[in-house]
Design a protein. Structure first.
Length: 91
């Protein structure tokens, strides 16, 4: 009997999710407020910056450590420990 409120809550949430997704295929009515909001021009996205020398060096070290782990056919926790120690300079 204690689980009944939890079950009812879950069912209510499930029904709400289904009900919210039902109108996705229908076109929405346009109003002046929404048409004005969509006429604003978007600002251009910021260009990606080139990685710094330190970032490039770290990326190269990560690639080398991953290659070594691949050659040793490491997976899971063993791979994580190896890559971590490799990046720390202990491999």
């Amino acid at each position: 009997m204690k689980g009944l409120p939890a079950v009812l809550l879950c069912m209510t949430l499930a029904v709400a999710v289904v009900a919210c997704g039902q109108d996705k295929g229908k076109p929405k009515a346009t109003t002046q407020a929404t048409s004005k909001a969509t006429t604003h021009k978007k600002e251009p996205k910021a260009q990606k910056k080139a990685p710094t020398l330190a970032q490039k060096k770290q990326q190269d070290r990560m690639a080398d450590c991953n290659k070594q782990a691949n050659l040793k056919n490491m997976k899971g926790e063993e791979r994580k420990r190896f890559v971590s120690s490799c990046l720390g300079g202990r491999a």
